[in-house]
Design a protein around this ligand. Structure first.
Ligand SMILES: [Zn+2]
Length: 164
């Protein structure tokens, strides 16, 4: 899903008031992989190529120099890894007497939204990494009707939560 949709979903359904935290964690599984990717490209003095199709894009990420991005993507989109991080976060907050860090749940929400909206051809989500490489062949989020339904549902939830 796109970054705007992930941010809106995080604000819409995650408990608590920490909007900025929800947005940051809501996009973190992508930010943690494509941020370093852009940084590495910039350090090399290059630019991300303009991909004509998703196949072009995946071919580029398949190249020897860029394959690490796909590997890192598997780890940042793992419910196993985020479960461990979140348990540690909740434990530390409780230990130090802080309120529960609900906003951390925006990261697994991101993954749950990505699982059915990515195809095997375009960054499939191996959400059980490193235990399993199981992946679903979903319907891509960039299809117009998926985008429409997605934004209608998240807008309705936001409306009920914050305005009505
Ligand atoms: Zn993602």
């Amino acid at each position: 899903m796109d970054i705007l949709a992930h941010s809106l979903w995080a604000i819409a359904v995650i408990p608590g008031e920490q909007i900025a935290g929800k947005i940051i964690l809501g996009i973190m599984p992508d930010l943690a992989v494509f941020g370093p990717n852009l940084l590495v490209i910039a350090i090399k003095g290059k630019k991300l190529p303009r991909f004509k199709t998703r196949e072009n894009m995946m071919d580029w990420f398949e190249k020897k120099d860029n394959r690490w991005v796909k590997t890192l993507y598997r780890w940042t989109h793992s419910l196993v890894i985020w479960s461990l991080l979140i348990m540690a976060g909740f434990f530390l907050c409780k230990y130090h007497g802080y309120p529960p860090p609900w906003f951390l749940l925006a990261a697994p929400l991101h993954i749950l939204l990505d699982i059915p909206t990515h195809t095997k051809k375009s960054f499939p989500v191996e959400f059980l990494t490193p235990l399993s490489s199981f992946q679903l062949d979903g319907i891509h989020w960039s299809q117009k009707w998926v985008l429409l339904i997605n934004y209608l549902i998240v807008s309705a939830i936001l409306l009920f939560r914050y305005i009505l």
